[in-house]
Design a protein around this ligand. Sequence first.
Ligand SMILES: Cc1ncc(COP(=O)(O)O)c(C=O)c1O
Length: 490
Amino acid sequence: MSQNQTPLFSGLLQHAKRNPIQFHIPGHKKGAGIDPEFRQFIGDNALSIDLINIGPLDDLHHPKGMIKQAQELAAKAFGADHTFFSVQGTSGAIMTMVMAVCGPGEKIIVPRNVHKSVMSAIVFSGAIPVFIHPEIDEKLGISHGITTDSVEKALEQHPDAKAVLVINPTYFGVSADLKKIVEIAHSYHIPVLVDEAHGVHIHFHDELPLSAMQAGADMAATSVHKLGGSMTQSSVLNVKEGLVSVKHVQSILSMLTTTSTSYLLLASLDVARKQLAVKGRDLIDKTIRLAGTMRKRINEIDHLYCAGEEILGSKAAYDYDPMKLIISVKDLGLTGYEVEKWLREKHNIEVELSDLYNILCIVTFGDTEYEADQLVNALKDLSLEFEHRAAKTEPVEVLLPEIPVLALTPRDAFYSETEVVPFEESAGRIIAEFVMVYPPGIPIIIPGEIMTKENLHYIKKNLEAGLPVQGPEDDDLKTIHVIKEYKAIL
Ligand SMILES: Cc1ncc(COP(=O)(O)O)c(C=O)c1O
């Protein structure tokens, strides 16, 4: 089959054209039984292929037909030995990777700034995390990747680890020297698992960082939906044979996946793969140029800084994705969150995320000069409107979350007896819940870690700034679950 073909999407279209009488789920039956307003909005075409794993349409859990063909084409396009489609986002693919290689009590080497799905997988599997401190960018107030030296050190101390997990690239688009990390881990016969949520496109252009498969990694969980043009929630899990068992990976993925897989999502993976394989290089090329011009124009605006290749040079910031615009707004005397809200209210612009100091805007092949101008002009307005504040703003001291000490394995903490204490009084206690700002969804504290005064201060700063702090059962974060302590009875 050629990369121009879309066996899954075309198979669905053929099936819909035959227009069979359906006595199977979904019960809306090609839209006839769905709310008419929704039907009119979403359209009959989409509803006609909202189907289920009946005989002619193959089954994601045991693919033998059109899904198998679509996955094989994807594997070729991504340079993998096997590609599995995920309808449960990259979170589902990440949990599969971790659970496929780690069991209870087994070690996994992970950067501390991982996405919550990695931590969830660690809780589910009962694995013991060996954390690596990511490199911190003090100027931007963000974490980058991990260094080859720290991986080397972690493996020297823990040669019995079952895997090394790397984020490549990070949410902010920075990547480590993945090829070297893979070489180091493989010298210990330890597989490398890559969180490639923000890197589906990097495989298709040589000016972008090396993809996980290009670097020789063993598995990669890749969000096609984020930057590759498929529908939200659809991702792939790419696997190279050797250090991991492909059959075992498939079994775990199946255990974690709904039996009612969405064919709309699956078909969108098939067509996104075609577009990336056939036209990806040209589309990405145009996008890199567009983002480059935007970066230059933003850097001409007073008090704003859009990070570029000058942030590279360390072992953790080895390469970067120029399609991500990290815009530092702290010199305007504003938080990233204030700018996010201002752009929404004044210019009807939505950004990817904001934090205390920055906003992050992603530029993709869905953008044109028009969107670029809208953002640049809005940022010019922003700078003018807040110039008076910039003049009064002292250099802002960048606050970064301190990495807490892990006292219990995340799973033990999660399943321990807990008590609820006022959040303000939780310093020194072993925490039993996750606390994170979403996006980016990187936990500030995880179950099993000891809260410090600095962590409390950092969480409070994020709350005061209005950032979406999530995780604990108490949405208002007035209280938090901690591991129960038993005091001597008087
Ligand atoms: C670094 C990272 N890994 C994994 C994920 C999970 O991806 P998904 O939303 O496709 O489940 C995200 C989502 O934001 C992420 O930022």
